[in-house]
Ligand binder design. Structure first.
Ligand SMILES: *Cc1c(COP(=O)(O)O)cnc(C)c1O
Length: 375
């Protein structure tokens, strides 16, 4: 059996292990500690725009806290991009609220600003004004934030930016994760940088971040005994995970460069196969970190997305269809949906290719050769 090529595997630099050792040597094996503070500063410095950051146990936890702080309660509605990973939508359900799914546009694969506005108008007409909008930057590609924010502002609905896949991407010169009232990041094992598991909440409003840290450590009031006036959560990041995160921040720029190089490699390798289409950045305003390299397979040539996925699997190469839209998921079958079929089409044709920043040239050539063999 040939060695496995993964879709996106962890890629450590050199500082991570020393940082962990330091955490052990000083016995800071706790959910809090100097590396947590340091990691939050590193992230805030990197993102710019004067943001504040709370390091948390996961991106999902960050999204949950964002919705809690925006006052999302049982029976409320929250608009969410349909084409995404389920973790974008699950926290809406944690609150007993109802997701309202909005389709993507072809240009970015992210939330269509036009369908967003149509959805908001229809929900308002039904007397159900949405409490928040969750917009996602899929695979690192920026959503059209100017237009999304303009629509959101027109109806005074706060935006939560799900930048879990988009650390290192930017839109009109500004880093993703700095546009929303709050934004979330993920450091899960397959993301562009990882803390083995972890996430962060980001906001220019420091009150949100202070409140997030409070809620994430069991909402303990200021008192010598344990006193609570609110329901709390155990959502903080551990000092050991943050130690890894600080090392990863030192190599983030390099990871973005490597992932973008993967995309450029595939684009060149498949230049002579018209059935393979690439989601290029729509203009110089959009810089994607290319977390995953994705392609669309036009099956009029007789080769389908699934043919290619199975051929890769035979060669011990992991690839994956694009995210299956949430409005097609059994668990969200009852949720309202506003769309024009774009995400369904993308899901049918789209494939994520191996995209790790630690892939060797030989591995990339193995992937390309296998894909080409299908045609
Ligand atoms: C990974 C991911 C999340 C969740 O992050 P976790 O840290 O795994 O909880 C949320 N949204 C999107 C789009 C993701 O890809």
């Amino acid at each position: 059996m040939k060695t496995k090529i993964w879709l996106s595997s962890p890629h450590m630099g050199t500082a991570e292990f020393n940082n962990i050792k330091e955490a052990f040597d000083t016995n800071w094996i706790a959910p809090l500690g100097p590396h947590v503070d340091g990691f939050e500063h590193d992230l805030a410095d990197f993102l710019g725009e004067g943001v504040h950051v709370a390091a948390l146990s996961s991106g999902t936890a960050a999204l949950h806290l964002a919705l809690i702080m925006l006052g999302v309660k049982a029976g409320d509605e929250v608009i969410c991009q349909s084409m995404t990973f389920s973790a974008s939508a699950n926290p809406i359900a944690y609150q007993g609220a109802v997701p309202v799914f909005v389709d993507s546009e072809d240009r970015t694969w992210n939330m269509s600003p036009d369908l967003l506005e149509a959805a908001i108008q229809d929900r308002i007409a039904k007397g159900r004004k949405p409490k928040a909008i969750i917009v996602v930057h899929l695979y690192g590609m920026p959503a059209e934030m100017d237009r999304i924010m303009a629509v959101a502002d027109r109806y005074a609905i706060p935006v939560v930016e799900d930048a879990a896949e988009a650390l290192g991407s930017s839109y009109r010169g500004r880093r993703l994760g700095t546009f929303g009232a709050m934004s979330i990041l993920s450091f899960n094992g397959n993301k562009i940088i990882t803390t083995s598991g972890g996430g962060a909440l980001v906001s220019t409003n420091e009150e949100y971040i202070k409140q997030a840290r409070f809620l994430a450590t069991q909402a303990r009031d200021a008192a010598p005994h344990y006193q609570h006036s609110q329901i709390g959560y155990n959502y903080r990041m551990s000092n050991v995970c943050a130690a890894i995160g600080r090392g990863q921040m030192q190599v983030l720029a390099e990871r973005v460069r490597q992932r973008r190089a993967n995309y450029a490699f595939y684009k060149e390798a498949f230049a002579d196969i018209p059935a393979i289409q690439f989601p290029d950045e729509p203009s110089a305003d959009f810089i994607s970190n290319r977390w995953l390299s994705t392609v669309l397979i036009d099956d009029t040539a007789g080769v389908s997305r699934e043919d290619i996925r199975l051929a890769l699997e035979k060669e011990n190469i992991e690839s994956r269809p694009l995210w299956k839209p949430m409005h097609l998921q059994p668990v969200f079958a009852e949720a309202p949906y506003y769309g024009d079929g774009t995400s369904e089409r993308l899901f049918e044709k789209g494939l994520c290719l191996p995209s790790g920043s630690n892939m060797t040239d030989e591995e990339r050539r193995r992937v390309a050769a296998c894909v080409k063999c299908c045609f």
